[in-house]
Design a protein around this ligand. Sequence first.
Ligand code: FAD
Ligand code: SF4
Ligand code: SF4
Length: 479
Amino acid sequence: MAKQPMLKFVSVGRETPQKRDADTRAHDFDEIYAEFAAAKAEEQASRCSQCGVPYCQSHCPLHNNIPDWLRLTATHRLEEAYQVSQATNTFPEICGRICPQDRLCEGNCVIEQSGHGTVTIGAVEKYITDTAWENGWVKPVVPEVEREESVGIIGAGPGGLAAADMLRRAGVQVTVYDRYDRAGGLLTYGIPGFKLEKDVVMRRVEQLEQSGVEFVLNCNVGEDLSFDAIRGKHDAVLIATGVYKTRDLTGPNAGAEGIVRAIDYLTCSNRVSFGDTVEEYENGELNAKGKKVVVVGGGDTAMDCVRTAIRQGAESVKCLYRRDRKNMPGSQREVQNAEEEGVEFVWLSNPVGFATEGETVSAAMVQKMRLGQPDASGRQSPEVIEGSDYAEEADIVIKALGFEPEDLPALWGTEGLEVTRWGTVRADFGTGRTSLDRVYAVGDIVRGASLVVWAIRDGRDCAAAILADLDAPAAVAAE
Ligand code: FAD
Ligand code: SF4
Ligand code: SF4
């Protein structure tokens, strides 16, 4: 009888890919996790117990067929594993790298609940598709039939690109407009290379170009080209513009020089990693080298800022957050990585103003907090500890308090495009249809700041709705 290839979780322990040691990785922007070796990926995949009701799958926003691709990996059928994996996920190797797996697939793996440590789903997903790229299994899309209809997509982030891919598979003509000079959205200019190396994103953009997707870059819709012009040119328009308005700090001198937005700081650093010359980096405005850096915020953007500052050679990096470690929104894995790299977290602290030398920030005036009663959302509210104020020295302060949507109807002069009271575009979940005929919206501009995997899900679902509305079956061409 053939040997049972799966259910090895009792005899084989959980292992993640090796992490480069903190001293080495803190000096470059390369990813910090190594690739699984083939034998290790197979071994780790073989730990899966092949649940009849796989909770990993139901908690993956894309409902990836995880047990199947784990079994195929464990039994050396990697090309088939890739086919199964790519059938539900446009960018599996990207999700494998940056999904917060502990809150999604892995966080719901049943063998973890029996005390054996979750299957390393994300690392195997990354391994399968990286191997597919190495072996030439990932190919440009060749639609079975070309269609005349065209769709204009505003925003080349994961939401827009996932929709572009699905629409091209069905033979639709696709043009993607973006205000940046490179496609990818936050995959390219937000998320740093130590989480997601840029060639991983760029090869996907090239694949889409080779599939016939047209990119119109350096095109700020609303300024360089009107929304109505795009609408007039295409049979349907998809808005996938993300959220970029920074939540601001308040208090005395909150507008001082040296207090900068996280998105500007990270975009600049990513541009430098691409080899671009960026004036704000050269003149020190967005460069942490030799500086005392204070980052305000407790989410993943704050984690990316502190770890970028370490790599730029900051003298010290402190992260101020008004709640404690347990109650922060950012991933615990990222906090641990940041601490290993030399970041100091100052929990329960809130800046209420800034001291300056001349025009430039010299310190954050910090109030210490304690956690009080839970609020309506169940989270404990931070309360001020009177008389606990102190000055935290800072040469640069990075605001990483989250993002809000820009006011699209005002910016674009679009009448009839309904937004919610939070300013996000009102669109049907599951189709992306908005209040305007043949205008759709997906990703962060609908959900508010969210996750890459949700943007991909929205983009795929919306493509199916667009195809239905164009009166066509959502045919998916074989690769
Ligand atoms: P975006 O990726 O924001 O793309 C929108 C695109 O629209 C951009 O390219 C922008 O230039 C373009 N655009 C906007 N306005 C216009 C206009 N008027 N004209 C033309 N183009 C326009 N998620 C994770 O899952 N894991 C992570 O580790 C993670 N880390 C993150 C780190 C940071 C620093 C940030 C900011 C976010 C992070 N996220 C992470 C969240 C994730 O990046 C977003 O949820 C996701 O990128 C949203 O995709 P999107 O396609 O909706 O928008
Ligand atoms: Fe897990 Fe994200 Fe992959 Fe889904 S897409 S299986 S949540 S890593
Ligand atoms: Fe395998 Fe865990 Fe998913 Fe069950 S929940 S199918 S053990 S990965």
